[in-house]
Write a protein of this length. Structure first.
Length: 265
């Protein structure tokens, strides 16, 4: 898998290098990149996914869990940004927020106080004049291309790491299944005998049967091991796929919500 990831990396880098360089006259950051620019004045663009207000402030989040970049409006600015109107005005809209990127409790945010600092934008074609001006700035184009290559390289590093983790998980699962098969063959060949002592450890098959809703990720991993693959269901939910029709779904609190293919306890 690691070799496949290296081939993908080289192919994408080659394709990107063949693309003509482009650069924007005024840099606009994606909301995902804002966390890397804390302390800088910038314009951040993205689609508002959720709005939440309290008596002290309103937060406009670019993803629904409010755990990443948000735009914050303090109570003293509610006259300019009425809380009752924010959801209708901004939710589901693509906006540009301009100001200083801050960090609060490890989360990037930007405070705005004027309508000019938070505007709804529409995708539009760039004027030919702007393109011509950018074409006269090859250094800026090269810098922008280098930054994009760095981001692409970071994404490919993550893909390679995930591929290695999946390969390791598959090896652990194969080992676990081999141990289960060996134990089951041993149990089938051995004569029936009473369990020695009330504190005897349960077999691997019994451990799997003890899986139930509400268990934590750590409990499931202890009883069933790591899955063959992990499926991201969005909003913090995930499904562990053990193969053979066996799967466990966790909610965003890391608790089991459903089991498929496992014997009921």
């Amino acid at each position: 898998m690691a070799t496949r990831a290296v081939v993908i990396r080289r192919t994408l880098l080659l394709l990107f290098l063949l693309l003509p360089p482009t650069v924007h006259g005024a840099e606009v950051l994606t909301w995902q990149a804002a966390a890397k620019r804390v302390g800088e004045d910038a314009t951040v663009e993205g689609t508002i996914a959720a709005v939440h207000c309290s008596p002290l402030a309103c937060s406009l989040a670019f993803e629904p869990t409010f755990t990443r970049f948000t735009v914050t409006i303090q109570a003293q600015n509610f006259g300019v940004f009425p809380p009752a109107e924010l959801e209708a005005r901004y939710k589901g809209r693509r906006v540009r927020a301009t100001g200083t990127i801050e960090s609060l409790d490890g989360k990037a945010r930007m405070q705005v106080s004027t309508p000019e600092a938070l505007v709804v934008v529409q995708e539009e074609k760039r004027p030919d004049v702007a393109r011509a001006a950018e074409a006269r700035d090859p250094d800026a184009a090269t810098e922008a291309q280098a930054e994009m290559l760095d981001r692409l390289d970071d994404i490919l590093d993550r893909l390679e790491a995930i591929s290695q983790q999946l390969a390791a998980a598959e090896e652990r699962m194969a080992s676990l299944l081999a141990q289960l098969d060996e134990r089951q063959r041993g149990l089938a060949a051995a004569p029936a005998a009473p369990v020695a002592g009330a504190g005897a450890r349960p077999s691997a098959a019994q451990a799997l049967r003890s899986l139930k809703r509400g268990m934590s990720v750590a409990d499931v991993e202890r009883l069933a091991g790591r899955p063959a693959r992990v499926i991201d269901n969005g909003n913090g939910w995930a499904t562990w796929d053990y193969g053979g029709g066996r799967a466990i779904t966790f909610d965003n609190r890391g608790r089991v919500q459903s089991l498929s293919g496992f014997a009921a306890p």
